[in-house]
Design a protein around this ligand. Structure first.
Ligand code: CUA
Length: 319
């Protein structure tokens, strides 16, 4: 190849690489870092982006150069020259991507293994995902249940995830790592928050009509605030353990992702609006227990007392 061609190819590649690097570097693409695990995830992300920028520059330079240099002249209807493959080139473009993919795979495996180890004894939280809500249980804090994920700062929390119905996936962008929640097995992910605040917790696996609404909040508290929060919560799973049943709480925990109900302050849009519900209590109870019309059954998840309280709450009746 002529020297001029090589200079042209390298120049185009450098310009393309400079532009894409500037776009990657100067635009603030990623959410703020709020966990120790995020650093490794970001490293994998940027290494992959760097490799992509390199290959994009190589491919763009050859495409642009060829497009300009080898265009047919007007009225040139002759065939192009017969060319044969180039064994040396083929070996290079097979070997180099193989090396790059191997680098990404090894780096990812190292980061995921590091992220799996917790700092000291982790706080355990059981995460139950279902269409279309999250439930968090704190087995070592008296079985507290919550619909937001409360976490103490600078301490590792080990989330033990499972799902009741279909595949879901746990993701807080600021924390970095995603983890699937799978029916029948328990998967784990370790999070060590480094910043107090509220973050979006979203389902990132298409799980049904309400997938886009299957979101709640991860709330990182100082260690003292977290201890105070655990003391304030009803122990042993809340309303089911006797005492006054909190119908509004049951509604918020189970129905809010899908239903709008003004007096509960919810605005889900998957199912019907439940203000001014014009159904007899028996029909409402049947619907809650058995589901139907796109709604999952709650007969196995709520106690009879809880269902009764919910029916009264929704219909305003005592029967
Ligand atoms: Cu659960 Cu998407």
């Amino acid at each position: 190849m002529r020297r001029g061609a090589i200079v042209a190819l390298i120049s185009i590649a450098l310009v393309v690489a400079a532009i894409t690097t500037a776009i990657a570097y100067f635009v603030d693409w990623l959410p703020e870092q709020a966990s120790e695990e995020r650093q490794g995830i970001d490293l994998v992300f940027w290494v992959t982006v760097a490799i992509c920028i390199f290959f994009f520059a190589v491919v763009a330079s050859v495409s642009i150069y060829s497009g300009v240099k080898f265009r047919v002249k007007p009225d040139d209807l002759s065939d192009g020259p017969p060319i044969h493959g180039h064994t040396g080139l083929e070996i290079v473009w097979t070997a180099v991507p193989t090396i790059c993919v191997t680098v990404i795979a090894v780096l990812s495996a190292v980061v995921l293994t590091q992220n799996d180890s917790s700092k000291g004894k982790p706080l355990r939280v059981e995460v139950l995902a279902q269409q279309y809500a999250w439930q968090f249980t704190y087995p070592e804090e008296g079985g507290i249940k919550a619909t937001n994920l409360y976490l103490p700062i600078n301490r590792s929390t080990k989330l033990e995830l499972t799902a009741r119905d279909v595949l879901h996936s746990f993701w807080v962008p600021e924390f970095g790592q995603k983890q699937d929640a799978v029916p029948g097995i328990v998967t784990t992910v370790v999070i060590t928050p480094t910043k107090t605040g509220e973050y979006r917790l979203i389902c990132t696996e298409l799980c049904g009509l309400g997938h886009a609404l299957m979101r709640t909040r991860a709330i990182v508290l100082s260690q003292a605030d977290f201890a105070a929060w655990t003391k304030k919560q009803p122990q042993g799973g809340g309303s089911a353990s006797g005492g006054e049943i909190d119908a509004k709480g049951i509604f918020t925990a189970n129905c809010a992702p899908c239903h709008t109900l003004t007096k509960a302050g919810t605005n889900g849009m998957v199912g019907p609006v439940l203000d001014d519900l014009a159904l007899p209590p028996s029909a409402v109870e049947h619907q809650i227990r058995n589901g139907g019309g796109g709604m999952p059954p709650f007969g196995n998840q709520l106690s009879d007392d809880e269902i009764e309280a919910l029916v009264q709450y929704l219909t305003g009746s005592n029967g």
